[in-house]
Design a protein around this ligand. Structure first.
Ligand code: C2G
Length: 486
């Protein structure tokens, strides 16, 4: 039995409270609105959950201190734009061993923080709180269905596998299957951006379009979100999983979805403000638009569907014209989305207003990583925006270079990937792969220490900028080995 508190008694908070109570956990609910607590205390119902009974076993409180202290898990079920203020208030009472579960779906404008990043930042202003204590719980789960025990699935995402599993066990139920995923960034990005695609689906619905349009939006919507997510270092699989594709389907095809309903009103011709009022609840897709647009600029990724919704909502573009604009785009391949294709797609159409990403590559063994290597990598990164490091495999280093490594390839790769200068590590298996690599990774500049001066000038004929940088004197891996040996 786990002691959980639900912070925020909206439809989703209450649906989860009911489920957790039903499976035998100790559940307490808190709201920032005291009269919401009074209403629930009196009627044991939620005004927006029909006649679903709120179980007696759920205790209620108006004191945040009581809702946090002594609880194992604190569930943030407030709207995304209240996550920061709520985290700031919770920070005073939270303990380092407690787990915070966020179920709000959104991305903060300007900071571009996900919900878990906001929570981490706010609490760490007051006391040390590890990011691994924060779990994102997200998936294809309409509150209306969960609150009446209809079979559902959801993802428990956290960088700390143990905490992801703790939350997984707590939220498993006869009608709820929970899956863990370590890619919390991808899960939260999907959760926020699918709401915008759902607005688009509603707009098409409002324009009288059919299932073909919905299917197109779901498929291309997932492709857009995954392109952006992969460029941000997330895992492809997340976007084609429950928190990505799953949530996209359930939100784009269901009238339970506020974003879908709001989009439908907009498609029918209602002004945006009126459409939101008619839904009468928070429309997270609207709140996520600024951040989505800023992310597409920051990562130089084109998001046609999301951008169209942005133009309709922010600039008053008519839904019909938005559809015309999308259909007038030049024809394209349906690329299987990976980082390379994503970048390649952007390279094909360098944006007028967006600078082309400059890509740099360098090669090395990088064994016993030392500050001479770091100096090289820092200067190489400064030559562009994206640094690929081709790392000598164990075989190549031993057999071809006669330099057996102390750390093996995986260890040397992990060290390099932990560095903020390095964006991608690929294997260097032979001396002759440089030309192919430069083509494959759209490289503009190859950088090497000057001990290689002149060795790679042939690449200049292929339009590659070849730069040799001064080595850092007095330090080398062989020197380290010698000193240690003596
Ligand atoms: N380097 C440096 N200063 C040092 C030591 C190394 O600038 N004191 C640079 C090297 O010039 C090289 C990079 O750091 O550009 C990686 O060094 P090594 O791991 O020794 O790489 P190396 O064995 O030279 O392999 O195909 C090219 C080879 O893979 C390069």
């Amino acid at each position: 039995m786990v002691k959980l508190s639900i912070i925020g008694t909206g439809t989703w908070g209450i649906a989860l409270a009911n489920m957790l109570c039903m499976t035998g956990h100790d559940v307490m609910a808190w709201s920032a609105l005291p009269d919401e607590i009074d209403y629930i205390q009196k009627y044991r119902k939620h005004p927006k959950l029909g006649d679903t009974k709120i179980l007696e076993g759920i205790s209620l409180t108006k004191e945040l201190k009581e809702a946090v202290e002594g609880r194992d898990v604190i569930v943030f079920a407030v709207p995304s734009n209240f996550v920061r203020s709520t985290a700031a208030r919770v920070a005073e009472f939270i303990q380092p061993d407690q787990i915070i579960v966020d179920v709000a779906k959104g991305i903060e404008p300007h900071t571009l923080f996900t919900m878990s990043e906001i929570i981490e930042e706010e609490i760490n202003k007051v006391k040390p709180f590890d990011y691994g204590q924060i779990v994102a719980l997200s998936g294809p789960t309409h509150a209306e269905e969960v609150s009446i025990g209809k079979p559902s699935t959801i993802v428990s995402a956290c960088v700390n596998e143990k905490n992801a599993k703790t939350v997984q066990e707590a939220f498993m139920a006869p009608f709820m299957r929970v899956y863990t995923n370590s890619d919390i960034k991808g899960v939260e990005l999907s959760a926020a951006l699918k709401n915008i695609v759902a607005l688009a689906a509603g707009i098409c619905h409002g324009l009288g379009f059919g299932d073909n349009a919905t299917a197109a939006l779901i498929t291309r919507g997932v492709a857009e979100v995954s392109t952006l997510g992969i460029s941000m270092g997330c895992s492809t699989h997340t976007f084609y999983g429950l928190a990505g594709m799953g949530d996209m389907i359930v939100t784009c095809t269901s009238q339970h979805s506020r974003n879908n309903r709001c989009g439908t009103y907009i498609g029918q011709g209602y002004p945006v403000k009126e459409a939101i009022e008619k839904v009468g609840m928070v429309v997270e897709g609207i709140n996520a638009l600024d951040a989505a647009y800023e992310l597409s600029v920051k990562y130089n990724v084109e998001l046609p569907i999301i951008r169209s919704v942005y133009d309709v909502v922010k600039f008053g573009l008519s839904p019909k014209d938005a559809v015309k604009k999308i259909y007038a785009r030049e024809s394209k391949e349906e690329l299987p989305f990976s980082v390379l294709e994503a970048m390649h797609e952007n390279l094909n159409e360098p944006k007028k207003s967006m600078p082309k990403i400059k890509r740099v590559i360098t090669y090395g063994t990088f064994d016993l990583l030392h500050y001479g290597h770091i100096n090289l990598l820092r200067r190489a990164k400064a030559m562009g925006d994206y640094l690929v490091v081709a790392l000598s495999t164990d075989e190549f280093a031993t057999l071809e270079k006669g330099k057996p490594c102390y750390f093996n390839y995986e260890e040397r790769k992990m060290l390099l990937e932990s560095m903020r200068y390095v964006d991608l590590v690929i294997p260097e298996e032979n001396w002759d792969q440089k030309s192919k690599d430069c083509q494959l990774y759209q490289i503009d500049t190859l950088v090497m220490g000057e001990d290689w001066k002149g060795k790679f000038d042939d690449l200049k004929e292929e339009g590659i900028n070849v730069i040799y940088l001064p080595r850092t004197p007095e330090i080398s891996t062989s020197q380290i080995k010698e000193d240690l040996h003596n």
